[in-house]
Design a protein around this ligand. Structure first.
Ligand code: PSU
Ligand code: MN
Length: 304
């Protein structure tokens, strides 16, 4: 096994017994939610995975080690490190080589999960094609990683701040299936329905597991997006969503934000413009995704 990869005893034991494991990312903990909210939510996500009968493997980089299965103390250290970097596939090796610490995006989490032998991960929303991509060229490394690693990612769609039609087009181009869980429409993160249609729909966990198994058995080699809409009771009201989103995008344009800073900046502006309403929806959808991912992993392991 990769000597730079450190798999916790609990995760290693579960994997050796072919038991269900769900990978969880840490950028949402350090950059996606305000401190200490992120830390609390990270613990809740692990609980949701366990409630579904699977073992959580929270992934991040600590002191130059790519860790699969961080303890609460490790996570607290990561969350409390000021200016902790957000690591994707393009800056992961540099920080590991320097003995640094950082949180992993969906892309870097997919890499570590696959290297450890984990087939399911949960997150809030994947990265994708940014609006104004013609000017900035900004396409999240999450899409390239989804094309590379055969891991099913349970999410509430792509982040709301993105160009959702282009993101879906790009996923199709890359050969990454997008399956709606009990929906025919691509969710819009804080909202249940972006009005964009999906090709695939599964109405229960066993049907979802069958789709994942078929995708793997065909040897397609790509990942898979499982789109799970935010629970109805936690959906953001439409007027609040529309106003906050356009306001946040204007803020980013005015401040000239670029690159890796774009996503955290926009999420921060959304939080302010919705008086915390975005965090309410974000936490609920993260929990729902962790729970569904746990159930999917359990079904795949034949234990559901
Ligand atoms: N979704 C959220 N909050 C986040 C992210 C996603 O609700 O913080 C993070 C994820 O880790 C995702 C990353 O992989 O943002 C994508 O960043 P970028 O667009 O820079 O690739
Ligand atoms: Mn980007």
């Amino acid at each position: 096994m990769n000597p730079l990869l450190h798999v916790s005893d609990e995760v290693a034991r579960t994997l050796a017994a072919r038991g269900p494991v769900v990978a969880l990312e840490t950028t949402v903990v350090t950059h996606g939610l305000p401190h200490p909210e992120g830390l609390r939510v990270a613990a809740e996500l692990e609980e949701e995975v366990r409630a579904s009968g699977a073992t959580p493997a929270t992934i991040g980089v600590l002191d130059g080690r790519l860790c699969v299965g961080l303890s609460q103390e490790d996570l607290a250290r990561l969350a409390q490190t000021p200016g902790v970097p957000k690591l994707n596939l393009s800056n992961l090796a540099l920080h590991v080589a320097a003995g640094g610490s950082g949180s992993t995006t969906v892309a870097a989490t997919l890499h570590a999960a696959h290297a450890a032998g984990i087939a399911v991960m949960a997150t809030g929303g994947i990265g994708g094609v940014h609006r104004e991509v013609e000017q900035t060229g900004d396409v999240s490394g999450d899409l390239g990683a989804l094309a590379r690693y055969p891991v099913a990612v349970v999410c509430a769609g792509a982040k709301a701040v993105l160009d959702l039609p282009r993101t879906l087009e790009m996923l199709e181009t890359l050969g990454v299936p997008v399956v709606g869980f009990a929906t025919d429409r691509f969710p819009a993160f804080y909202r249940r329905d972006s009005s964009l249609s999906l090709d695939g729909r599964c109405d229960d966990v066993d049907a979802l597991a069958a789709a994942v198994r078929a995708h793997r058995a065909l040897g397609l080699g790509t990942g898979m997006v499982v789109a799970n809409p935010v629970p109805v009771a936690h959906e953001m009201p439409r007027e609040m969503y529309d106003a906050a989103l356009s306001g946040a995008l204007e803020d980013a344009a005015r401040a000239g934000i670029r690159g890796r800073e774009v996503t955290p900046f926009l999420l921060d502006r959304l939080r302010e413009r919705t008086s915390g309403g975005s965090t309410f929806s974000n936490t609920a959808l993260l929990r729902a995704n962790a729970r569904l991912a746990g159930a999917l992993a359990a079904s795949l392991a034949g234990q559901a």
